[in-house]
Design a protein around this ligand. Structure first.
Ligand SMILES: Nc1ncnc2c1ncn2[C@@H]1O[C@H](COP(=O)(O)OP(=O)(O)O)[C@@H](O)[C@H]1O
Ligand SMILES: [Mg+2]
Length: 507
């Protein structure tokens, strides 16, 4: 290790002022890791250099000195200015282990720069490594036991959040027995890295209430949802012939149905436990569905004008959506099953609209919780949600509730969240407060910074420091960091995916 400075007077247990040697000025950097060697107390400390400052005793910023008016004088004594700094002490070093800082280092102690991991024996345990400390190359692992305490990855667009998460996923798969489900909001961040693990969202069947919302939305019938949802149930019952025994042929034969064929009465006999499965197996046609809407809303007391409007608008706008249901052969339950078979599943959410995306996130998470609630099983699954502000926001409805439950109770049952977002400010408080490990980079707004400060000890890092970070540079902080102190990490190289997007999608 290279000696770069000396502890000056006024050192404290957490902060030690340091005078930097002239010849070392070009070596030290903001956020460099250093060791303080205190020979008097026979102790060593690990710390981080902060607030590098250039001083000139002859040019105090608050006084007028002779040098100001004497440019020649200023040029003559160029070795007068000096650099000082502070070491933010992380802890005492004893046999490679860190212990909490208890007393200040003695002034005149030597400050040594850590330039490579071999410079200092530091035992940080085993774990998941997404990168290394920017200047020393030291790897700071995330202990997998903190996966169910949830991880937040926050930073402005383009800072490298998705790549960091990709590195983390690979570490989890290589070093733990956790399962991983990834919700790829854009369909561009994970899909092409794992082409044989991808599920296309447009193949997933919604449940009747969600389908009702989708139909109401495309047809501008939001106020008629109370008629549309029951009509969907009645249609399912009708299509199944009132029981799950009816075949597709039966249904096709009954194509022209009288108004009494489709009624809420028949829904009594439906097995609703796995209604999406029924929906995925049956045939969907607009005409008979419209007949169901007519007869069911009639039985529910809808006015003639309302009925006519519903039929008209659904006929005009909902044809494509209803036809597309015939291609939806998967249910959220199927996805949960596949997580267990394949360990890694990537859901391409980009092929459906936001309401359906939230439904998928919600119902897969609920599927994991069903294992807990019904069988007392620990799913041991990491739920990765990219662009998570679209799913964990205050107004995100169903997906928010599922994420909140996981955030609160996941640690007991081994369901962990990885939430990547440029807008953590949109997360509900309950979600934010239950994320215990963070990787954070340059942020979109000062508001995001205040938000982060509210849930995490930033160890003195300011908004300005964050704004100077480049792509791939993140502070690693919180429970999962064995240093228990935010450390600047450069994320490992995550190369471009091999295949062209979509070329090998599905299985
Ligand atoms: N770890 C990395 N390895 C290689 N390239 C990276 C890495 N992190 C970021 N990049 C580059 O920066 C771009 C943006 O990264 P990305 O993870 O998509 O950012 P974000 O998700 O924060 O918007 C990537 O397309 C890539 O070119
Ligand atoms: Mg991204």
């Amino acid at each position: 290790m290279r000696s770069v400075g000396v502890v000056a007077s006024g050192s404290r247990s957490f902060y030690a002022p340091v005078l930097i040697y002239k010849e070392a000025e070009h070596l030290v950097r903001e956020e460099s890791l250093v060791v303080i060697r205190d020979r008097v107390a026979d102790k060593r400390y690990l710390g981080i250099l902060r607030w590098l400052t250039k001083m000139d005793p002859l040019l105090p910023s608050t006084q007028r000195s002779g040098v100001v008016d004497n440019p020649r004088l200023a040029e003559m004594a160029t070795n007068v200015p000096f650099e000082n700094s502070y070491v933010r002490i992380i802890g005492g070093l004893r046999g490679g282990k860190l212990e909490p800082p208890a007393d200040p280092p003695t002034p005149r102690s030597e400050v040594l720069l850590i330039e490579s991991p071999g410079d200092v024996a530091l035992d940080l345990g085993e774990g998941l490594i997404v990168g290394e400390h920017k200047y020393s190359g030291i790897e700071v692992p995330l202990d997998p036991k903190y996966l169910p305490y949830h991880i937040g990855v926050v930073g402005a667009t383009g800072t490298g959040k998705s790549r960091l998460v990709k590195a983390l996923i690979d570490e989890v798969l290589a070093k733990t027995d956790w399962r991983v489900i990834v919700f790829d909001h854009s369909g561009m961040d994970y899909v092409s890295y794992y082409p044989d693990r991808v599920v296309d969202s447009s193949e997933i069947m919604p449940d009747p209430p969600t389908l009702g919302e989708l139909l109401a939305e495309v047809s501008m019938l939001e106020k008629q949802l109370d008629y549309i949802v029951p009509s969907i149930y009645a249609y399912i019952a009708y299509a199944r012939g009132g029981s799950s025994k009816a075949t597709l042929e039966d249904f096709r034969r009954k194509r022209s149905l009288g108004p009494l064929d489709c009624s809420l009465e028949a829904v009594k006999d439906l097995n609703l436990a796995n209604v999406e499965k029924l929906m995925a197996e049956m045939r969907w046609d607009l005409d008979p569905l419209l007949r169901c809407v007519e007869s069911v809303s009639d039985s529910l007391g809808a006015k003639d004008a309302t009925k006519a409007k519903m039929v008209l608008l659904l006929r005009t706008y909902a044809g494509g959506l209803v036809e597309s249901l015939n291609k939806k052969k998967l249910t959220a339950g199927d996805l949960v099953k596949r997580i267990f078979e394949e360990r890694l599943l990537v859901v391409d959410l980009s092929t459906v609209d936001i309401g359906m995306r939230r439904y998928i996130v919600k119902s897969v998470i609920e599927g994991l919780w069903r294992l807990v609630d019904e069988r007392g099983e620990k799913p041991r699954t990491l739920v990765v949600i990219d662009e998570a502000h679209n799913y964990a926001c205050g107004g995100c409805g169903a997906s928010l509730r599922a994420i909140e439950r996981t955030a609160r109770e996941g640690r007991k049952w081994e369901i962990g969240l990885v939430l990547a977002s440029q807008r953590m400010i949109d997360f509900s408080t309950d979600v934010r407060n239950n994320v215990n490990t963070f990787y954070f980079s340059r942020l979109q707004t000062p508001g995001d910074f205040e938000n982060l400060k509210g849930v995490l000890d930033l160890g003195g890092i300011g908004y300005d420091t964050l704004s100077t970070l480049s792509v791939r540079e993140f502070f690693f902080a919180g429970l999962g960091n064995p240093l228990r102190f935010p450390i600047l990490v450069r994320v490992k190289e995550v190369g471009e995916p091999a295949g062209i997007r979509g070329a090998t999608r599905g299985r």
